[in-house]
Ligand binder design. Structure first.
Ligand code: HPA
Length: 253
């Protein structure tokens, strides 16, 4: 069953035909909210809003372990993560959608492994390719068949937040090779890997990163609401098409 983790701008999944909700307790504490189960295009899917239903959980306080554990425990076989990001690379504009293929972790102090319990074996998962190639290809295919342009490939820089970056920090991230910047990509991606859950991300560019383009003198989030809403409409369509392509059904127009 496909699981979708929604971020800012995607706190509900309107094309999920909801059947029930489930509150899950995990060995790692509470997930961000009840898991929502339903069907997309006749096929089971589940949804979890990363920041909670009232959008009250900041990136550094999200219980990533509980979220991933709960999705896995209740039957997820793949995870699509949706999140808004700042665009660093010069060709990226607000409203663009990126499917990243690499990640750099600048977060700190987050619980970032399941393998730290007393007596649990020391385990080093391979993270050479942090995102699942097959799931990324499906996302790309779904976008292409809808005529939605998505930038394929890109390096996601995961920052700690909740504050935004300084212009100098963005320059540093660019020198490091980052194309986009967000606050939630890690440890989510590695926890999925530790559970052997295929994981891919859809990153929606909400703004030019600090010091760049329209954010040269500061980031104005208010004006980007409309951009984000339009892009999230496209994200919903891509997810529906992905489910349709995988299962051979026809999504609603
Ligand atoms: N930086 C970090 N996270 C973000 C940004 C940004 O500019 N925009 C949306 N999420």
């Amino acid at each position: 069953m496909l699981a979708i983790i929604g971020g800012s701008g995607l706190t509900t999944l309107s094309n999920l035909d909801v059947s029930h909700r489930e509150v899950v307790r995990t060995p790692y504490g509470e997930p961000s909210g009840a898991l929502v189960f339903g069907q997309i295009c006749g096929h089971p899917a589940m949804f979890l809003p990363r920041h909670g239903y009232g959008h009250t959980i900041p990136p550094h306080m999200v219980n990533y372990r509980a979220n991933l554990w709960a999705l896995h425990h209740l039957g997820a076989t793949g995870v699509i993560s949706v999140a808004s990001v700042g665009g660093i690379r010069a060709d990226l504009q607000p409203g663009d959608i990126v499917i990243p293929d690499q990640i750099i972790d600048y977060t700190w102090g987050r619980k970032s492994t399941f393998f730290d319990g007393v007596g649990s074996p020391v385990t080093h998962v391979d993270f050479t390719e942090p995102y699942d190639a097959a799931l990324r290809a499906k996302l790309h295919g779904a976008g292409a068949s809808l005529g939605i342009t998505m930038k394929v490939g890109g390096v996601y820089a995961a920052t700690q937040g909740p504050r935004l970056e300084s212009a100098a920090e963005i320059n540093r991230l660019e020198r490091d090779g980052a194309d986009i910047v967000g606050m939630t990509g890690m440890p989510e991606a590695v926890l999925a890997r530790e559970l052997n859950l295929p994981y891919a991300a859809i990153s929606v560019v909400a703004n030019h990163a600090a010091g760049r383009g329209t954010s040269a003198h500061g980031i104005q989030f208010e004006s980007l609401e409309q951009v984000l809403q339009t892009a999230m409409g496209q994200v919903r369509a891509v997810i529906e098409r992905l489910v349709a392509d995988t299962n051979g059904c026809s999504p609603a127009a």
